[in-house]
Ligand binder design. Structure first.
Ligand code: HEC
Ligand code: HEC
Ligand code: HEC
Ligand code: HEC
Length: 284
């Protein structure tokens, strides 16, 4: 009897949990990347690369992922992030076989407001932001357009920004050929309550941070968690914002929700509950 009661209690708790975060989007998941109606072809041109997209024809365009935006003005340019600590020299062609091609050049083709001409950008977030944001909806989407034209105030990025296991700030994870396995006692507890959704690029057998490490350009507002996902959360679709790869909802009505902090803790282990003796898990 007592056991049945417990099971029912657990099921009820689970149902409450599931209802709180599972979501069913009612708008197109491509969101802002519908590119004001142009759709997939704004980024992937089915024929003739950038020329097929009505833009200047540039060498090698279209040969990688049928890329349809002209990124040639970014070739070989240096981007310095985190106050100058991380220097990234962008690839010199779309066919360079490094993770900053599909992970950075692509995004900056539209999102750089300094060296590359902005395509179709209105420089304004598309989503409804919570009122806790300072300047509602006027957050810029064109990077490096703050006058100085620099990425100094951006999060570390590029082939030198490595995600490391161990040490003073890393998880008790292991890394083999740039692939991170979150199997230590603290990291596996974190996976059970949140997950490891980020997708580092692999360069010289090291995991590195590029835009697509944190962002998935095909889904603005939803993250799908399946049975084989690297997450212990119940399978289903979860709310996200800004094309982030993991549950991230600053609009959550629960002021105690820590899901946005959990996002950062995927890499910043020393700032996690698990590494600081707290039993707190993800709160939605
Ligand atoms: C805003 C730009 C953008 C738009 C719009 C876009 N994509 Fe992509 N797509 C990318 C980028 C960037 C990558 C590389 C992703 C990576 O390396 O993680 C990619 C990769 C792909 C890939 C290969 C890898 C994979 O993830 O399967 C396919 C297929 C693809 N996109 C199809 C589509 C389709 C179909 C649409 C429209 C429904 C679309 N894309 C819209 C940017 C875009
Ligand atoms: C073809 C041009 C294009 C490319 C390439 C592109 N974007 Fe965008 N992106 C847009 C447009 C247009 C918007 C809408 C906002 C605007 O107009 O300023 C947007 C908005 C966004 C937003 C804000 C969404 C919101 O909440 O409103 C994020 C985040 C974003 N893009 C990330 C990326 C990343 C990461 C990449 C590379 C994988 C990328 N974009 C590549 C055109 C592009
Ligand atoms: C370490 C993870 C990470 C990386 C790497 C990253 N972003 Fe973001 N990005 C975020 C987060 C988190 C947000 C949401 C910030 C918030 O809640 O205000 C965001 C927001 C954005 C926005 C929305 C406007 C804004 O500034 O809030 C754009 C556009 C964007 N990112 C583009 C990019 C592009 C382009 C790159 C690569 C040059 C990139 N991001 C790399 C985590 C990242
Ligand atoms: C994909 C992994 C990853 C994610 C996710 C991530 N970071 Fe980082 N972060 C790094 C790496 C790698 C560095 C550079 C090495 C270091 O300082 O640990 C870094 C550095 C930083 C630094 C600079 C530290 C310094 O001393 O210069 C700050 C601040 C920071 N991250 C904040 C955040 C915040 C806030 C988020 C969530 C919005 C976030 N990070 C998400 C990997 C990540």
């Amino acid at each position: 009897m007592r056991r049945i009661f417990l099971v029912v209690l657990v099921l009820l708790a689970f149902a409450g949990f599931a209802m709180a975060q599972l979501t069913q989007p009612t708008t197109d998941v491509l969101g802002a990347h519908l590119n004001y109606g142009r759709g997939c072809t704004a980024c992937h041109s089915p024929h003739s690369g950038t020329a097929g997209n009505g833009q200047r024809s540039s060498a090698g365009s279209g040969s990688t992922m049928l890329w349809g935006e002209d990124v040639s003005s970014l070739y070989g340019k240096t981007i310095t992030t985190d106050g100058g600590k991380y220097v990234e020299v962008l690839p010199t062609s779309m066919s360079a076989d490094t993770p900053d091609v599909s992970g950075m050049l692509t995004c900056l083709g539209c999102h750089d407001g300094n060296m590359a001409p902005a395509a179709m950008m209105k420089n304004k977030v598309y989503e409804n932001l919570p009122s806790t944001y300072g300047n509602r909806n006027s957050i810029p989407t064109l990077m490096a357009s703050n006058g100085a034209g620099s990425y100094m105030s951006d999060h570390p990025m590029g082939l030198n920004a490595t995600v490391d296991c161990g040490g003073t700030s890393g998880w008790d994870c292991t890394e083999a050929n740039g692939i991170i396995s979150m199997r230590g006692s603290a990291s596996s507890r974190f996976i059970t309550s949140y997950g490891f959704f980020v997708k580092p690029g692999v360069y010289n057998n090291k995991a590195v941070v590029v835009c697509t490490t944190c962002h998935e350009p095909h889904s603005m507002n939803v993250v799908t968690i399946g049975h084989s996902s690297n997450s212990g959360l119940p399978p289903g679709t979860y709310t996200t914002m800004f094309f982030l790869r993991a549950p991230y909802n600053p609009n959550d009505t629960n002021p105690m929700s820590n899901q946005t902090a959990q996002f950062c803790r995927q890499c910043h282990a020393d700032k996690s509950n698990e590494m600081n003796g707290s039993t707190a898990g993800t709160v939605f």
